[in-house]
Design a protein around this ligand. Structure first.
Ligand code: HSE
Length: 292
C-alpha cells in the first residue's frame, strides 16, 4: 500500500486569517491502494466509511483532474491528529487523498498542482500549504492559483496545544464571522500580521505577544469556546511568547520559549480545575512537510 504521512497544522497564527499556518509534529498516516473493485475504508468510524469520506472524495477529484480511470480503492487510516479541533485533520485527509491518488496514477502532478487541488477542496490554503511544505508558510489564492512563501523560524520556540474534549466544525466557526468589518479592523490586522511574520523571521520573540492580536476572527469565535478568555489570559500570565486560537478552534495554541520548563505543568494544573477536560500536548515545528 502507498503510505502518506501528513503533519498537523495550526492555521491563522493569530492575525493571519486564511493565509498563515505552521506544521506541527503530530501525524496522521494514510495507506491507499487500487484494488479490483469497490471501496474499503478502515480505521475510522462507520459513518465515515462510505463514498462521502473526505479522503476518497479528494482521491476522486485528483483522478478526475489527471484523467485517470481508477478501479476499486482501499484506504487505511491511522489517526493521531484530533478531529474537528482546529489542528488540520481535514486538510490531512484532503492532502492524503490527492497525494495518494497522484501516486496511484503515476505521479502526474507536481507539488504546486497538488497544493492547488487540495486548497480548492479545502476552501482555503492555510492548512494544506504548511502541511505539504512543512514549517511556517504564508499562502494566498490569486485567481485559481496558490502562491506560497516558507518562513524559516529561528530556533528557540516550542508550542503547547490546549485541546478541549469538544469538537467545533470549521463551518460553524466560520458562520459566526461578520460579512464585513470596519476599515480600522483591516488596518489593525495588516499591522499585526506583518509584525508576526517579521518578528518570527528575526527571532524577536518579545514582539509576538502583540502580533497575536487580531480583529478578524478570534473575538467572534472565542464566544463558542467555554473558558476561552480565561485560558488565554492564564497563558499570558504564565509568560507564553504568544497565544492564539488554532485555526477555526476550539484548540488554543500557546507559543513558549524552548527553555521554559514550567509552562506545561502549570497550564495543566490550571485547566484541570475547569469543567471541560483540556488535553495538553507539547509540540514542535515540523519542518519537513510531506514527501510526494
Ligand atoms: N483559516 C481557516 C479558518 C482555518 O480560520 O476558518 C480553518 O482550519
Amino acid at each position: 500500500m502507498i503510505n502518506v504521512r501528513i503533519p498537523a497544522t495550526t492555521a491563522n497564527v493569530g492575525p493571519g486569517f486564511d493565509c498563515l499556518g505552521i506544521a506541527l509534529n503530530i501525524y496522521n498516516n494514510f495507506f491507499v491502494e487500487e484494488i479490483e473493485d469497490g471501496l474499503i475504508i478502515e480505521g475510522c468510524d462507520d459513518e465515515y466509511c462510505n463514498e462521502d469520506n473526505l479522503i476518497y472524495k479528494s482521491m476522486k477529484k485528483c483522478f478526475e483532474k489527471i484523467g485517470y480511470k481508477h478501479k476499486g480503492i482501499r484506504i487505511k487510516i491511522e489517526n493521531d491528529i484530533p478531529i474537528s479541533r482546529g489542528l488540520g485533520s481535514s486538510a490531512s485527509c484532503v492532502l492524503a487523498g490527492v497525494i495518494g491518488a497522484n501516486k496511484i496514477a503515476g505521479n502526474k502532478l507536481n507539488k504546486n498542482e497538488i497544493l492547488k487541488i487540495s486548497s480548492e477542496i479545502e476552501g482555503h490554503p492555510d492548512n494544506v500549504a504548511p502541511a505539504l511544505l512543512g514549517g511556517m508558510v504564508t499562502s494566498i489564492k490569486e485567481g485559481d492559483d496558490i502562491y506560497c512563501s516558507k518562513i524559516n523560524i529561528p530556533k528557540g520556540l516550542k508550542f503547547c496545544a490546549l485541546i478541549p474534549d469538544f469538537k467545533l466544525s470549521t463551518e460553524k466557526s466560520r458562520a459566526v464571522l461578520p460579512n464585513e468589518i470596519p476599515y480600522k479592523d483591516g488596518v489593525f490586522n495588516v499591522g499585526r500580521v506583518s509584525l508576526m511574520v517579521s518578528a518570527l523571521i528575526n527571532g524577536q520573540f518579545d514582539l509576538i505577544k502583540l502580533a497575536c492580536k487580531d480583529n478578524l476572527h478570534q473575538k467572534y469565535r472565542g464566544s463558542l469556546i467555554k473558558d476561552y478568555d480565561d485560558i488565554i489570559n492564564k497563558c499570558k500570565d504564565l509568560d507564553s511568547v504568544g497565544v492564539f486560537l488554532s485555526g477555526a478552534g476550539p484548540t488554543i495554541m500557546a507559543m513558549i520559549k524552548e527553555d521554559d520548563i514550567n509552562f506545561y505543568d502549570r497550564i495543566k494544573e490550571y485547566t484541570s480545575n475547569l469543567e471541560n477536560t483540556w488535553t495538553i500536548r507539547e509540540l514542535n515545528i515540523d519542518n519537513k512537510g510531506v514527501e510526494i
